[in-house]
Design a protein around this ligand. Sequence first.
Ligand code: NIG
Ligand code: FE
Length: 395
Amino acid sequence: MSSLLLTGIGQLVTNDPGVGDGSPLGLLPDAALVIEGGRLAWLGPAAEAPEADQARDVGGRAVVPGFVDSHSHLVFAGDRSAEFAARMAGQAYEAGGIATTVAATRAAPDEALAAGVARHVEEMRRQGTTTVEIKSGYGLTRLDEARSLAVARQFTEETTFLGAHVVPPEYADDPAGYVALVTGPMLEACAPFARWIDVFCERGAFDADQARTILAAGRAAGLGGRLHANQLGPGPGVQLACELGLVAVDHCTHLSGEDVSALRESGTVATLLPGVEFSTRSSYPDARGLVDAGVTVALATDCNPGSCYTSSMPLCIALAVREMHLTPAEALWSATAGGARALGRDDLGRLAPGGRADVIVLDAPSYVHLAYRPGVPLVIEVLGPAGGGGFPTGV
Ligand code: NIG
Ligand code: FE
C-alpha cells in the first residue's frame, strides 16, 4: 500500500478543536498530512512530517475536510426549467410541482435513473462533496420507490425512503390509503435499500399525525427517522422531530421561539438548505439565531429538480454567510462536521489520524475564500477513499 505526503498546506482545517488553534475548526497553519489506504496516517506541522512513498507540495493552499451533503433528491428524470422560469417571472413555489417529476421518473428505465444519479454525484464530487445522502420520493409506487432506492444504493449507503413526499394523484381522494401503502408494502420493499425514512410534513403534503405514523412504521422496520418540516410555513414538524428525538430535521425556514427551544433541548440537528430559498426567491431561515441559541446547524444542498437544482456545497456556504449571517468558519463547520452530525456519523466531517482521508484542496490560502469568492470553482483536488459513506470506487 503506497503512502502520499501532502505538504505545504498553508491552512489545514481539521474540525478537531483539540488540534491547532483550539477553535471548532481546529486550524493548523504550515501543515502536512499523510494518506495511506484511504486513511489519514498522520497530520501535523509540516516541519515534523514523516517520510512517505510519494510527496506533493500544495504550495500554501488550504486543505479542508470533504463536504457532507446530508440532503439530496438525485433519483429523478425530466426537466422543470420552465417551472423555474415561471417562478422567476413571479409565480409562487408550490409542492404540487413534484407530480411532474413523479410522472417522468415512473416512465424512466433504471439505467436512465442511474445515469442521472452518476452524473450528479460526479458533479458534486468535483465541487468537494465526499459524502452524499440520497432520497427516493419521485416514484411513489411500491415498485418505483424500491427501484429508486436500489439505484441510490449504488452510490451511497446514506439512502432515505421518502415515499411520503406527496400523495400521488391516483390517491388524491384516499390519502389514508396512501399512508397505508407507504407504511405497509412500500416500506417492506424499500427498507432493504434504505438507512433512513423521511416525511414531507407540510401543508399540502403530510400532517403531523400521518408523519408520526409513517416514522413509527419506519422505526419498526429498522430505519432512522428524519423530516422535511417548516419549509413553506410554520407547522408542527420541527416539534415532532424534537419530541421523537430524530437526528435531524430539514428546512427549518419558519420557526417559532418554541421550535428553537425544542431544537436546542433535543439536540436534533437543524439542516438548513439555503439553495432552496435562493432558487424559490424566498426568505432565508434564521441561521444566526439558531447558532446563537445553541442549536447544531448543518448545511446541505437539497439538490432536486424543483425547489433547488444546485449540487454545490460551496454555493450553500456562500449563501449561509451572505444571506444567513453565519461566519465563514460556522458555515464551513456546518457543511462538514454539521452534515456528519445530521447523518449520525462520527467518522465523517473531520480530519484525524486513523480516520477517513476525505480531503479537499482549495485553490486559495484560506477556507474563507469559499464565501469570499462565490461561484468560483476553488476545489481543485478531492482525495480519499471512494465508497463507505462516500462514493463507490470509480466515481
Ligand atoms: O426538499 N420539500 C419537498 N421536497 C423537495 C422539493 C421537491 C420538488 O419540488 O421536486 C424539497 O424542497
Ligand atoms: Fe428535500
